[in-house]
Write a protein that binds this ligand. Structure first.
Ligand SMILES: Nc1ncnc2c1ncn2[C@@H]1O[C@H](COP(=O)(O)OP(=O)(O)OP(=O)(O)O)[C@@H](O)[C@H]1O
Length: 356
């Protein structure tokens, strides 16, 4: 559905140049919800804005639903049947209208009411007044906001404003919806309801959604796959479950830990808490991770088999879709040899064992 190939984007300012995207490539399948996560300045917004050409890459190629655009020196070329021609403004506008976008601060027209905000992108499509009216009400129903049709943005909550923005973004039936930190300005309840709405729309309309966020909770809640960005590059990419169960890059581990109570262990170690100190006969701290490949009750099994006890310091279970990942920080007590044998056995039963 969306393919980004070797895209580089350099911003040139008086203060110098910033390489916001460095040879980025990724592929987003039709109908999936794809997350892009990274800290501030990683290049997330620039990447997503290159999908609808709000930013023009310096070089690379972007394919949207079969339409391939190659970019050379910030000039856009349409590639069709092996032929390369300059992309016309008309074709660019058509391409853009197949992509909706929502933003952190909603970008609504403050002086227009809800109806007019949603009707705005329908104005220049040649639709009659009646068709526009019907479409706006269809969209209001879709986002659950019929009762606010005459309200002005200042009379709406943040969550309601984002619903209006979503309705407006979907007005022309786009195949792709880009969401740039759409829940970052919302409280936890509104965040949950907007994420649920996006999940519903993805299912109901089959719209492909690209979500930019710096919160792993958002990724966990609605995304099928995720790309982790750092300093203009995609450093890790994959299915959300796999990224959670086995993050490879340090930055990905940091993001994964941010949604887990297990990250508290670093604080406890720093504070030299008695909770994390080992007494005589106790092992050091270990992190045990149980993913979907572990089905049996291994802890009690290992405890019995090797005559060791588990002291659980912290534990966490993540639910991702209909699968779970459990993790705990433990100290084992028993004879040294028995502890070693227990840890080896755990690793052999596909529990990930990491010394903290
Ligand atoms: N129009 C611009 N002119 C100059 N530099 C820019 C411009 N837009 C972005 N940048 C720079 O490009 C880099 C990537 O910015 P980008 O906004 O894509 O990051 P981000 O990951 O979305 O961060 P944030 O979450 O803070 O928006 C940053 O160093 C930023 O300062």
């Amino acid at each position: 559905m969306i393919e980004i190939e070797n895209v580089t984007k350099i911003f040139r300012t008086k203060a110098g140049t910033v390489e916001a995207l460095k040879d980025v490539s990724l592929k987003i399948e039709k109908g999936e919800t794809y997350g892009v996560i990274g800290y501030s300045g990683a290049g997330k917004s620039t990447l997503v804005r290159c999908i609808n050409f709000l930013e023009t890459p310096d070089i690379g190629a972007v394919t949207i639903d079969g339409t391939r655009i190659e970019i050379d020196n910030e000039k856009l070329f349409l590639v069709k049947d092996g032929e390369k021609t300059r992309l016309s403004e008309k074709s660019l506008n058509k391409l853009r209208s197949s992509i909706g976008m929502i933003f952190q601060h909603f970008n609504l027209l403050d002086r227009s009411n809800v109806f007019d905000n949603i009707a705005y992108p329908l104005k220049y499509t040649g639709k009659s007044k009646k068709e526009i009216h019907d479409r706006v009400f269809e969209l209001l129903e879709l986002v659950g906001l019929e009762s606010k049709v005459n309200a002005y943005p200042c009379e709406l909550s943040g969550g309601q404003k984002q619903r209006v923005a979503i309705a407006r973004a979907l007005a022309n039936n786009p195949k792709i919806l880009l969401s740039d930190e759409a829940t970052s300005a919302l409280d936890p309840d509104a965040t949950e309801s907007i994420l649920n709405l996006l999940k519903d729309l993805n299912k109901k309309l089959g719209v492909t959604i690209v979500v930019i966020t710096h919160e792993m909770g958002v990724i966990k809640s609605i995304c099928d796959r995720v790309a982790v960005m750092e300093k203009g590059k995609v450093v890790e990419e994959g299915r959300v479950y796999d990224i959670f169960s086995n993050p490879k890059q340090p930055i990905t581990r940091k993001f994964v830990n941010s949604t887990s109570s297990l990250s508290k262990v670093d604080e406890l170690v720093k504070k030299d808490s008695p909770l994390v100190k080992s007494q005589a006969g106790e092992s050091r701290l270990y992190r045990l991770v149980f993913d979907k490949s572990v089905n049996n009750p291994v802890i009690s099994e290992v405890s019995r088999k090797f005559n060791v006890d588990f002291n659980i310091i912290l534990a966490n279970v993540e639910a991702i879709g209909d699968q779970t990942i459990g993790a705990m920080i433990v100290k084992l007590s028993g004879e040294d040899k028995a502890i070693d044998a227990a840890l080896t056995y755990l690793s052999a039963t596909k529990v990930r064992v990491e010394a903290v």
